[in-house]
Design a protein around this ligand. Structure first.
Ligand code: NOJ
Length: 516
């Protein structure tokens, strides 16, 4: 396991919207470099960059046209290499976004594979052998494109229509046109993606967040062949780039960690109950106190037990695919959210702008964002033109910005000592000061009853114990607790008190208690 992950706190950057240095209204890599010190000051020491490669941007760059070329609007490959170097100088690490499941229809591989004459790329995507034989009905395939090429066939797509699925084969082929997982064309696709990883790792990147990692092998309901494929990818990395980190967008950590991923994301869809905490009608972290964290906790613990000591589960504040957390909770409520995120095992991820509680905006879709667009607006740095994001004229900005009077900005929050920004900075410091609060310190839930507050859990090792006590609700509450208080190491609001095996927890408070 890479040692730096142990104390990592990630910052996700949507490059379009972070910081624009060439006044075209779109963020760029030199802009990210300029803001590295800012990210470090907040306390984050690792970055995940959404795709920054050549693309027609029908899905914000998740439709790659050239895996080995930075999109000109973001800069050059040299800029990206400079970002790796500058990050490393600051003891930070950078993960790129690898999209192995599909390319854009603009990719040169796809152009070749559309040709009627067989060539090296004919088997790079999943094609049927007749244009009348639709591939869309087969397991693991999202849809199809038909009648778009001289080639006589229909081709599978993996997500949107502009994202043809790369061919890694079928776990159990049922049609003659379906490749086996070890067919030469399926192995060639695998090797092509290994080359892409090697290309960026040899230039200083530290690893990848892998898009739709569980989607590669089709008709593989239990994921057994997909797991094997990733084991093979991991073996390749272990031989050539053993330090390379892989994080999966899979949502089934028992599977992805078996495949060799270091960490898996907790997703906002599927069975995780992540939304119960921050993004539903009655979020647990709302002060109204009508939430329920128990289903989340039981799912989390199930996965934790299945995966502990093999890798981590990552809990994000948000990401570019879901509504901003600031849509549901205000900055005071968010302080308790971060007390939770930054005291859980694994690696926490902060989505750019969530450190100041940026709002979700209701916007017309751009680049295939649809309702996600409102979570992808340009960063609000200060009260100057375009909130300091860009010197371009307002109409050129990637998306409109928040017009609300209470739109949060970084500069205000850095000045105000009691801001959300400072609370996060403080929490990250506390996390790093106590190794058992970091990635692999163990966890045990002490109090988490359906429809009840507080939420209490223990982070511990053989020799140390820290009790995390969270009460987001506006009512004082109590619960029983068999530990004894030694010292309070962090609190927000009025600290909880542990006496005679009873925890008294004031409204809207977070307390970290060294215990025995
Ligand atoms: C997941 C990414 O996070 C999302 O933004 C994208 O649209 C799909 N995968 C397709 O690549």
């Amino acid at each position: 396991m890479n040692q730096w992950l142990e104390t990592s706190v990630f910052y996700e950057i949507y490059p379009q919207s972070f910081f624009d240095t060439n006044e075209d209204g779109i963020g760029d890599i030199p802009g990210i470099i300029q803001k590295l010190d800012y990210i470090r000051e907040l306390g984050c020491n690792a970055l995940w960059l959404n795709p920054c490669f050549l693309s027609p941007f029908h899905d914000a760059g998740y439709d790659v046209a050239d895996y080995c070329l930075v999109a000109p609007r973001y800069g050059t490959n040299e800029d990206l290499e400079r970002l790796f170097e500058e990050a490393h100088k600051r003891d930070m690490h950078v993960l790129l976004d690898l999209v192995p499941g599909h390319t854009s229809t603009d990719h040169a591989w796809f152009h070749e594979s559309c040709k009627a004459e067989p060539n090296e790329y004919s088997g790079r995507y999943i094609w049927s052998d007749s244009v009348w034989q639709d591939v869309a009905k087969y397991a693991g395939i999202a849809g199809s494109l038909r009648g778009i090429s001289p080639r006589y066939g229909s081709v599978a797509v993996n997500f949107f229509s502009g994202q043809p699925a790369l061919n890694y084969g079928f776990a159990s082929p049922t049609e003659s046109w379906q490749s086996a997982v070890d067919a030469p064309e399926a192995i060639a696709t695998r090797n092509a993606i290994k080359d892409v990883m090697a290309f960026w790792l040899s230039r200083g990147c530290d690893g990848f967040r892998v898009d739709m990692a569980g989607s590669l092998i089709k008709n593989d309901p239990e994921g057994a062949e997909t797991i094997k494929l990733w084991q093979d990818m991991r073996q390749f990395l272990d031989e050539r780039y053993p330090e390379a980190v892989l994080i999966s967008e899979w949502g089934e950590p028992d599977k992805s960690l078996k495949g060799g991923f270091h960490m898996d994301f907790l997703l906002h869809f599927g069975p995780s109950h992540y939304l119960d905490l921050f993004r539903c009608e009655h979020p647990y972290f709302s002060r109204e106190g009508k939430g329920d964290a128990s289903a989340f906790v039981s799912m989390y613990m199930k996965n934790y037990i299945l995966t502990s000591s093999r890798g981590f589960i990552c809990i994000p504040s948000g990401n570019h695919d879901m509504k901003r957390i600031g849509q549901y909770l205000d900055c005071e409520e968010l302080k308790l959210v971060y007390a939770f995120l930054l005291s859980m095992p694994g690696a926490p991820f902060i989505y750019y702008g969530d450190e100041i509680g940026m709002h979700h905006l209701d916007l017309t879709s751009i680049e295939g964002g649809y309702e996600r667009t409102g979570a992808r607006t340009p960063m609000q740095w200060n009260r100057e033109k375009n909130y300091g994001f860009s010197g371009a004229s307002e109409e050129k900005l990637y998306t409109p910005q928040d017009k609300a009077k209470d739109a949060p900005v970084v500069s205000d929050q850095m000045e105000q000592e009691n801001s959300l920004w400072h609370e996060i900075q403080k929490l990250i410091r506390v996390r790093r000061q106590y190794p058992i609060l970091c990635a692999s310190g163990k966890i045990l839930f002490v109090f988490c009853e359906p429809d009840r507050y507080p939420l209490v859990y223990l982070r511990y090792s053989d020799t140390e114990k820290i009790l995390i006590v969270l009460n987001p609700s506006s009512e004082d509450v109590t619960c029983s607790c068999s530990y004894r208080e030694k010292a309070v190491i962090y609190s927000h609001g009025t600290p909880a008190v542990l006496k005679d095996h009873v925890l008294s927890v004031p409204a809207e408070s977070a307390t970290f208690i060294e215990a025995e």
